[in-house]
Design a protein around this ligand. Sequence first.
Ligand code: PEP
Ligand code: MG
Length: 577
Amino acid sequence: MTFSLHGLAVSRGIAIGKAHILAHEDHDVRESLIDLPEIESEVARLRAAIEASAEHLRQMRDRIPINSPHDVAAFIDTHLLMLGDPTLAEEPIRLIRERRLNAAWALRNQRDAIVSVFDQMDDPYLRTRRDDVEHVMNGILRSLQGVSLARTAGAEDRLQGAVLFADDLAPADALLMQHHGVVGFVTEFGGPTSHTAILARSLGIPGIVGVRHARRFLQSGELLIVDGNEGVVVGEPDQRTLAHYRRRQDERARYSATLNKLRRAPCVTHDGVTIELQANVELPSDFAAAREVGAQGVGLYRTEFLYMNRPDAPTEEEHFDAYQQLVKAVSGLPVTIRTMDIGGDKQVDPALTARGKGANPALGLRAIRLGLKEPTLFLPQLRAIIRASALGPVRMMIPMLSQVEEASQVRELVRGIQAEFSAQKILFDPEMPVGGMIEVPVAAVFADGFAHVLDFLSIGTNDLIQYSLAIDRVNDEVNYLYDPFNPGVLRLISMTLKAGQKARVPVSMCGEMAGDVRCTRLLLGLGLDCFSVHPSVLLEIKRVIADTDAGVVRQLAERAIKTSDPVKLRRLLEEIG
Ligand code: PEP
Ligand code: MG
């Protein structure tokens, strides 16, 4: 009989295939004590398993298809680094030698101890690190026990066209899924910000995570449908259900083919208004994907990754290298480098700042506030951005502004560095635009004040919505309140756009709302003419823009902004579509 299970959709699309269930990770860990003479051979076995895991990853990295996203190699390199760390084996070796645990048992104990420390933290970045630790340790365990997705006998045949089910999947498994022709995946655990989910999205494999207790209901070999749009797994589908999902798959395939034709097409609305479409990137290598889809520049380059996973601050040269790579990669297109947005949901090694997180990190010493207090973190970055401006059209963007003075202080620092560079004959662009993010509600209300001192503004809806609606963006319990259509939020966006128009200061949007197709027509209606979005959604946004009559949605949006009648507002939003 047809049944459905629900989870969190993390990678869009529909997959239909036979279930392939991966063995439970922990089932085979035998808890046995070893004899004295076996100690050194057990230690050697553990070391060999670590090396085998590393070798396996190295081979996988060498086989990465040329068209794979660049972050695939970066994920594998992170895991290789962990495997190369000599402290990884220290505690398990002590357990083998002193308590005579067998290697798998000793390793599992240490994995559980580390993971439980991470489990007590509720920071999403640290949680991602927890997943990395777990995946690396599980990889060694599999090597010790001789089982893995890669080494399952005849795996390639059985995985071709299959829907993979596992407790959790490592980023490396996501890559193997692509190699083996897996069409979709379902896991019991994991979250939308896990590296595996991010990779699956980049690789275009539909997937659902967090389908708790699914193992009880699923059987290997039975037909499954993964609806990666809605987060639904359908088991044993009847003919009607199957036909429905096949139709949706065909529609999606036709739609993707049409989208690809838009890559080089100009971005204009149906009634001829030109709109700018830029890309959000995090790693310089992400820009390959952005260029593929014809982005007109980088509207947001998040630089926090430069500060992560290290106990010391990045040097001016490290910053400059990263910016130089990006500017070269985009050859002539504008690049918006956002200065460090550390703090809040983007925590770094505590050794870097020696300041506590505070009780409410999102309201604490984050982004520009931290930058102005910690010149050793901030100034090398400013200097590098200014130097990079000599290489191409670079713009500097300041995150989380709440006072105009913060923007003025940064401009003052920029002027000081430029004067020093002039004296030292170091090249830079004296006209480099300096802009700011509008992501704190008061900055939207006072956008005219910010437009007065800045060269451009960019609306960060992720934070603007978080701060306006008072919902922690990483708290699962209140995520349901996250609503880009909230009338108050729409008014804040509209105020910012109008202030920009009046002051003739360009305003773009780089928050997730810009890449949400449900909002595109409304944003055009509010007067947004520059969207910065993830490369994977750029063509879809372009398609909606091409189908929209800007004149019509502007009139409707203007009425929507003014009305205080919720029923009328809903009707107008529906009409905008
Ligand atoms: C935003 O807040 O909308 C934004 C783009 O910045 P981040 O998501 O990096 O905080
Ligand atoms: Mg933000």
